[in-house]
Design a protein around this ligand. Structure first.
Ligand SMILES: [Zn+2]
Length: 292
């Protein structure tokens, strides 16, 4: 009996991460689905769900109302805990920044924008967006488990440097990830035990593609192509077999600099007629005879 219980707990423990991911991404709305997806017994799935609930990550509704016309007892309903931990999401764009707190399930908890000209020194805007995010954390009283920074530039891996920040005055090769981590430490964004929260930095379209693939338009798709524009320029990202395709050094999918009109406008990259300058919001406004 003790042996069975120990084994169940061990199996359950290794299933905690996958189980949270299934609930967090909406793939396991009930305990019955969780049981099937994890390939474990009902008892193990029950123990796993109970543990995630005790950790303040999910809620388990043991008495859900059955849909009209359905037969039998409805399975326990699983949802992410609306008061669970959050990630600090920071974005720097050509016209300023945005800080946000994002909870499990991709739920936006709080957000605050900042407008203005982005300084040539990346530390200026990065420390500003981190301080804004730290303020949101203090106001909400939520536990922060990680932080991410999105920048309008390819980010080289493993160095974490912004390689081609064409729409900002930053120098190519700016160490954005290290700057972000230093700003997080300075702003006191830590785990409850005081240890530093891990900070990641990535290209804005790459992280947008991951978000769409997990929680948005690309949910359930094996492959996903994202071409997007926000403030200036056009970027692209590709999810292949559920993983972000970044190439050998993180620079794949710079679709913005494909030539669409060889005789077109000069581009910041030195080329001419790139998708980036031919179709970005400024180009569309100019074509419509409107001021940006
Ligand atoms: Zn270009």
């Amino acid at each position: 009996m003790t042996h069975t219980r120990t084994t169940r707990l061990e199996r359950g423990r290794s299933a905690l991460g996958p189980a949270l991911e299934l609930v967090h991404t909406g793939q396991a709305p009930t305990r019955a689905v969780l049981t099937a997806e994890l390939g474990v017994t009902r008892a193990t799935a029950g123990a796993v769900a109970g543990e995630l609930e005790a950790l303040g990550l999910i809620t388990v509704d043991a008495h859900p109302t059955a849909p009209v016309g359905s037969q039998g007892r409805p399975s326990h309903r699983l949802s992410v805990d609306p008061d669970g931990p959050v990630a600090l999401a920071a974005q720097v764009h050509a016209d300023g920044y945005r800080a946000a707190l994002v909870g499990l399930g991709g739920n936006l908890v709080a957000t605050a924008p900042g407008c203005g000209t982005v300084d040539a020194d990346p530390a200026q805007v990065i420390s500003e967006v981190v301080r804004t995010g730290a303020g949101l954390l203090r106001e909400s009283g939520r536990r922060c488990v990680g932080a991410g920074l999105a920048v309008p530039s390819a980010v080289a891996e493993p160095e974490g440097t912004a390689l081609n920040p064409l729409h900002l005055a930053w120098q190519a090769g700016a160490p954005v990830r290290d700057t972000f981590r230093a700003c997080l430490a300075e702003a006191g964004v830590t785990h409850p035990d005081g240890s530093p929260v891990t900070g990641f930095a990535a290209n804005d379209l790459n992280v947008a593609a991951l978000a769409e693939h997990r929680h948005g338009a690309g949910r359930g798709a094996r492959h996903l192509l994202v071409v997007g524009t926000g403030h200036h320029g056009v970027g692209g990202a590709l999810v292949l077999d559920g993983r972000l395709h970044t190439g050998s050094s993180g620079l794949a999918m710079e679709v913005g600099h494909l030539t669409v009109d060889p005789g077109g406008r000069p581009c910041h990259c030195g080329s001419r007629g790139c998708l980036d300058v031919e179709t970005d919001p400024a180009a569309l406004l100019a074509a419509a005879g409107r001021e940006a």
